[in-house]
Each structure stands twice: as structure tokens, then as C-alpha cells.
Design a protein around this ligand. Structure first.
Ligand code: NAP
Length: 277
């Protein structure tokens, strides 16, 4: 008789207690009747490589990686997908049967899937996108917008040099605009994306003037605590189509769950409710 193996997965970050990922994956495990566990693990930088290398020997099939390890984990992996290399970070590790650690980034996939499901009429080629912020999340957003065929991306960030670095990496389709000029580019955009942490609980409000927003815009915020940020509130009042950031978190989890547990889960109302529990 072969021993029954219970698949384990989890999320590694520091801090990690606030993560919604355990709620999402545990919901799907239960919904699909899979006998498995998803565990939050607070791991410091110095222990990262050792912990990751030990997990497959304990029955782990993979893990999510979150702040502050998304970049560092690329050095631990044996194989890195092209999209994780382009984004410069990984959020998903798959522990393969041959012992290799495979790193991928599903944030861009989650971003686009959320946008497509929340704003089905959005057409990438229809006009420029304004992206606020040039941190880690912006990299995944830029990669997926380029991939989707957005013709022009107007990138603005408080620290201009960070936006210029991204322009160098992502090429001519990305134009850098001064942070103080952000309000002036919203008028001409088709899509507006906030990738900064502004508007998040405990962070300052996004103070960019939003008078230019109207019903022609699709507006999405990566911040999902609160679910309805000031940006989304103002956009909604102006008649724009709004898409909140929780869906991105849910959709980025789909490919990981499928790779680890062999079932492609649905992002539905019950998944959203579970994430918010
Ligand atoms: P990050 O790498 O630390 O980048 C933070 C960004 O916010 C930078 O562009 C930074 O500008 C800007 N910012 C911070 N404080 C600011 C201020 N006072 N004024 C103007 N700009 C300011 O963080 P990240 O990983 O990209 O995450 C950004 C946000 O996205 C977070 O709220 C995170 O929770 C959210 N997120 C959501 C999802 C999802 O699934 N929905 C996924 C990933 C991230 P500077 O460069 O000038 O510092």
C-alpha cells in the first residue's frame, strides 16, 4: 500500500498575517473537496532560501511569495518563466516532481483577467492607459498592458527616476509624465490604473485631481482595502466603469491553485466573500 500524500501549499512573506491568500485557497480546497492545506509562513530574508529548499521534502507542492521576497526568490528558483523575468519578480513557486523549483509571476494575468471580467467592453487597443505608480505592482501591470496590445502607456510616479527605469525596460510604448502633471493626462486616457499604495488603509489618500474622469473611462485600483477607494468612488460618480483590486488578487491565485492541486477554480461571488472573511 502506498502512503496517502496530503498536498501542502502556503504563502511566504514578512509580515504575512494580513494575507488574504489563505482564505482564497482554503475556500477552493473545501469547494473542490481536496484534502490539502494552505499555510501562511512568516520567513525573514536570511532564512528564505533554506526554508524554500526544505518545503518540498515536507510535502509542499508550491508556495506563493509576497512582500518583501518577490524579487529575492528569483535567485532561489531553478527555472524562472519569461514573464517573471520581465516583471523582475515572482509570486508563485511550483515544486516539481523532478526536484526543480519553478518560479512564475501571475500578478499580470490576475490584473488583466480582473479588468476583462469587470469591464468586458474594455478594448486594449482603443486608447492610452495612464498608470499611476512605478513600484513592484506597476511592473506586472505594464507587462500585461503591453502584452494585451495597449498602444500607449502614460506612466507617472512621485519618484520620476523609477518611472524612467521602467520606460527603459518596457520600451517606447511607455511615456513618462511628471507626477504633478498626472491630472492632465487622465483626460486623454481610456484606462486609468492606480498601482500606488495611496488610498490604502493606513496610507495617505491619492490626491491627484480627478475632474477629468468621465463615462468614457475604465478605472481600476490595485488597492483593495478599502474595496471602494476614493479613486473608484470619484470615478463611479463621474459615470466611469470601475473595477476594484480584490478581483486581481483572486484571479492571480487561479493558475497557482490549478498547478498545485490539479483543478482550475472559479472566481465567483463565494470566492470574493471568502477572501473578505
Ligand atoms: P511598492 O513597490 O512599494 O510601490 C509603491 C508605489 O506607491 C510607488 O510607485 C510609490 O512611489 C508610490 N507611493 C507610495 N507612497 C506614496 C506617496 N506618499 N505619494 C506618491 N506615491 C507614493 O508597492 P507595490 O508592491 O507596487 O504595491 C502597490 C500597491 O498595490 C499596494 O497597495 C499593494 O497592496 C497593491 N497590490 C495589489 C495587488 C492585487 O492583487 N490587488 C497586487 C500587488 C499589489 P515612489 O516610487 O515615489 O516611492
Amino acid at each position: 500500500m502506498t502512503a496517502r500524500k496530503i498536498p501542502l501549499a502556503g504563502v511566504i512573506g514578512s509580515p504575512v498575517a494580513h494575507s488574504r491568500s489563505p482564505h482564497i485557497h482554503r475556500h477552493w480546497l473545501k469547494a473542490h473537496g481536496i484534502e490539502g492545506y494552505y499555510i501562511p509562513m512568516d520567513v525573514g530574508h536570511d532564512d528564505l532560501a533554506r526554508v524554500i529548499r526544505t518545503l518540498p521534502r515536507m510535502g509542499f507542492v508550491g508556495v506563493n511569495i509576497t512582500i518583501p521576497h518577490k524579487q529575492a526568490v528569483l535567485d532561489v528558483a531553478d527555472q524562472v518563466t519569461d514573464r517573471a523575468t520581465l516583471i523582475g519578480a515572482a509570486n508563485t513557486l511550483i515544486f516539481r516532481k523532478d526536484g526543480k523549483i519553478h518560479a512564475d509571476n501571475t500578478d499580470g494575468y490576475g490584473f488583466i483577467e480582473n479588468l476583462r471580467s469587470g469591464a468586458p467592453h474594455w478594448q486594449p487597443e482603443a486608447g492610452p492607459a495612464v498608470v499611476l505608480g512605478a513600484g513592484g505592482a506597476a511592473r506586472a501591470v505594464l507587462a500585461s498592458l503591453c502584452d494585451a496590445g495597449v498602444p500607449e502607456i502614460l506612466l507617472t510616479n512621485r519618484t520620476r527616476a523609477r518611472a524612467e527605469n521602467l520606460q527603459e525596460e518596457f520600451g517606447k510604448r511607455v511615456q513618462v509624465v511628471d507626477w504633478v502633471q498626472a491630472a492632465n493626462i487622465i483626460d486623454i486616457a481610456h484606462l486609468v490604473v492606480n498601482t500606488t499604495s495611496l488610498g490604502m488603509v493606513g496610507k495617505p489618500e491619492l490626491r491627484v485631481p480627478l475632474d477629468g474622469l468621465g463615462k468614457q473611462h475604465v478605472v481600476t485600483d490595485l488597492v483593495y482595502a478599502p474595496l471602494k477607494t476614493r479613486l473608484l468612488q470619484v470615478a463611479e460618480e463621474a459615470g466611469a466603469t470601475t473595477v476594484d483590486g480584490l478581483g486581481m488578487l483572486l484571479h492571480q491565485a487561479v493558475p497557482a491553485f490549478e498547478r498545485w492541486f490539479g483543478v482550475r477554480p472559479e472566481v465567483d461571488a463565494a470566492t470574493r466573500a471568502a477572501a473578505l472573511e
